[in-house]
Design a protein around this ligand. Structure first.
Ligand code: SFD
Ligand code: AMP
Length: 635
């Protein structure tokens, strides 16, 4: 396109994304860059104040160890995460985040985040690892700290620039390329180290939402597999691409359930009024050592619920009215019980107004008073989020001091949180096999990766190769091609959506979602799939990949949509290949391989990794051992 200009930004550390992990990286890296002449540049596709998963705010910090005040130990936490992920976890990564996370939470509080306190001034715990916050402005507060840190060290942040591809020279990542979603400018970022923190992915699978609610999901629509594409395309080894996350949420508006299950100690019941966690308890014995772990792993909680739905015992209801009544009845007299009831009622609404406003709107518009009647819950469509109870992301090096004699050779190959591509770091949803980081842990992992990237720049920065002009020019024309395709062919038909020469991004996304839903175990198949279904899915994805060359964009916004969908396609392919490769069912409730419906501990207590060679368009599947830094029995 002739009316586009190119802007070259030379920097030392490039942070891709502006969410929790990216902000953590900006704060920490700025500290270590100070007085060393190191420049940091952060690039976000949106505005940092309200970008990413925390855009609307959150109502809890889901990872706080309470090292000092409470009786929790680091080992307790590692045991919890390992069990919740059915044994598949990099304990070294989990422990590294957890040992630093309390300091992060204290920083948040210092910056002005209101954390609930009890009469003794202690944090109010939602559950063992979670603390309650008034978090409507959580992201604004965190972004402000990141911007301030960057400003103090001569760094910069660039908003509304969409990163499309990594720049790789030889075996090393040397920056990224993207474009502004507001003006006709292509950005080429040349960097000595690049840190990927562009979140996870939604809308790879068809959402439950349709019609007037189409697109509504629990996970934010802005996170569209940018991290996965970037690392896959750079040739990084990826891990746990099969470990999707399927959260249980309030039906249709996707309001989270944590505060109800943990803070209000609610139960959910089937249409017969039975607690499916009790009536389906015997099922837990089928799932190896994890079935009897406490708490029951998230996917097994889903599974016990789904069993009832499949038996015709749905709908499932969160018993909000019972929970509120039970707590208020504990008050010593009727007057304080009435006061407590009002307090609980407002906490129930605040939970959603802080985090998922649509759920409060749905309650209001459907006359739900949570203290009077229950609300339906449901398993969502699958998401890719390495920071919650899923695990997908890049395979990164662990901290050296946390390795044992047996883990070191497998899990530590260099700078902490560096991927297998030199100069390319990952954190938050972008790094895999280290689940349950949540907002605080993602920020903490960003800090760890940011500090490590600065060490890399100081020691290895001089060896960075120059980005080749030819490659930058080639990518520029590839990135802008959808605009040219549209303007060249749109006149062929009267309806711009119907055209033999191109596919529009929404159509492309809907085809992707249909393939994933029907062949890779989406909600219309009760999350079940099989080898034959997956193989057919791969064939259809390869045809979609051919059609990606004909994506068309009418404007900059659609150009972003085109590339979001190319990113999603790669996430989809990595997922399908990994579900196919792991010949067992390990996470029922996330997905069921109906042709391999049981746990195979002897063969599959292992990581399923993969690597893509884009020059050859070939995927390599890699099985890696699971090795714990504890004895794996909680001992
Ligand atoms: O309970 C590009 N999460 C919760 N965590 C908590 O600690 N407490 C809660 O209460 C939480 N709840 C919750 C949570 C998530 C969501 C969606 C809801 C409710 C509704 C999880 C955390 O939010 C999550 O773990 C972290 O935010 C993960 O951090 P990070 O940095 O990995 O992702 P991000 O914050 O979403 O940021 C992504 C950034 O990337 C940008 N981006 N930039 C440039 N180019 C591209 N191509 C890009 N693609 C994306 C985004 O704009 C953003 O800045 S509860 O329900 O679980
Ligand atoms: P959610 O709102 O589902 O994202 O959950 C918030 C936090 O509470 C996460 O740490 C979950 O793992 C945890 N959680 C949610 N429901 C339960 C439950 N029934 N038992 C134990 N932990 C839960």
């Amino acid at each position: 396109m002739t009316n586009f200009s190119t802007k070259v930004v030379e920097t030392d550390l490039l942070i891709c994304g502006g969410g929790m992990a990216a902000c953590g990286a900006a704060v920490e890296a700025s500290h270590w860059a100070k007085d060393r002449g190191i420049k940091i540049t952060l690039v976000d596709k949106a505005a940092m104040d309200r970008s990413g998963a925390v855009a609307m705010g959150l109502s809890a910090i889901n990872l706080y160890l309470d090292h000092n005040g409470g009786s929790n130990t680091l080992r307790d936490y590692v045991d919890y995460v390992r069990n919740d992920l059915m044994g598949i976890t990099r304990e070294d990564l989990v422990a590294n985040i957890a040992r630093h996370v309390d300091g992060t939470v204290h920083m948040f509080e210092k910056w002005g985040l209101p954390i609930w306190k009890d009469d003794q001034g202690r944090y109010v715990h939602e559950g063992r690892w979670q603390v309650m916050i008034s978090g409507e402005s959580y992201k604004v507060i965190v972004a402000e700290a990141a911007k301030k840190a960057l400003a103090e060290t001569g760094g910069e942040y660039i908003e509304r620039v969409f990163i499309t591809h990594p720049l790789v020279e030889g075996d090393r990542c040397v920056g990224a390329i993207g474009f502004s979603v507001r003006e006709n400018t292509v950005y080429i970022f040349k960097a000595k180290a690049t840190l990927v923190a562009m979140g996870g992915a939604v809308h790879v699978f068809r959402p439950r939402s349709t019609g007037e609610g189409l697109g509504r999901s629990w996970y934010p629509p802005f996170n569209s597999a940018g991290s996965a594409f970037f690392t896959i395309h750079a040739g990084a080894e990826m891990t746990c691409q099969e470990v999707r996350f399927v959260p249980v949420r309030f039906k249709d508006a996707y309001g989270p359930v944590g505060a109800w299950f943990l803070l209000f100690k609610s139960i959910a019941t089937n249409a017969l009024g039975e607690d499916y966690m009790k009536t389906n308890d015997a099922e837990l014995d089928k799932w190896g050592p994890y079935g009897r772990a406490k708490p029951t792993p998230a996917n097994l909680r889903n599974w016990l619920m789904m069993l009832d739905i499949m038996k015709g015992k749905g709908p499932i209801q969160m018993r909000t009215e019972d929970a509120i009544r039970r707590i208020s009845e504990q008050s010593p007299d009727p007057k304080s019980a009435a006061r407590k009831l009002k307090e609980l009622e407002s906490e129930a609404w605040e939970d959603f107004l802080d985090m998922t406003i649509a759920q409060a709107l749905l309650w209001a518009s459907t006359n739900v008073e949570p203290e009077k009647k229950p609300s339906e819950i449901m398993a969502c469509e699958p998401y890719f989020i390495g920071s919650h109870s899923g695990a997908s992301g890049a395979w990164v090096s662990g901290a050296e001091d946390l390795q044992t004699a047996t883990t070191k050779s497998e899990y530590c190959w260099g700078y902490t949180n560096m991927t297998t591509v030199p100069g390319l770091f990952a954190a938050g949803d972008a790094s895999g096999a280290s689940s349950h980081k949540f907002s605080s842990g993602s920020f903490t992992e960003g800090r760890i990766a940011g500090k490590s990237a600065i060490a890399f720049i100081l020691e290895e920065g001089g060896k960075a190769k120059q980005v080749s002009d030819a490659r930058a020019a080639e990518l520029t024309s590839e990135i802008l091609k959808p605009l040219a395709t549209f303007s060249e062919h749109a006149g062929m038909t009267t309806d711009p959506d119907i055209n033999p020469k191109y596919v529009r991004p929404k159509q492309f996304m809907q085809r992707l979602q249909k393939v994933m839903d029907e062949y890779a175990g989406g909600v219309s198949c009760q999350l079940a799939t099989s080898a034959k279904q997956l193989e057919q899915g791969l064939t259809l994805l390869s045809l979609l990949r051919e059609d990606s060359k004909n994506l068309a964009a009418a404007d900059l916004n659609e150009l972003m949509r085109c590339w979001e969908n190319v990113h999603r396609l790669h996430q989809a392919e990595a997922h399908v290949r990994s579900v196919l490769h792991r010949e067992e069912t390990r996470w029922p409730g996330y997905y069921l391989r109906s042709d391999k419906p049981t746990l195979d501990q002897a063969n599959w207590l292992a990581f399923c990794n993969c690597q893509y060679d884009q020059a050859k368009n070939e995927w390599k599947m890699i099985k890696r051992p699971v090795k714990y830094i504890t004895d794996g029995n909680g001992g």
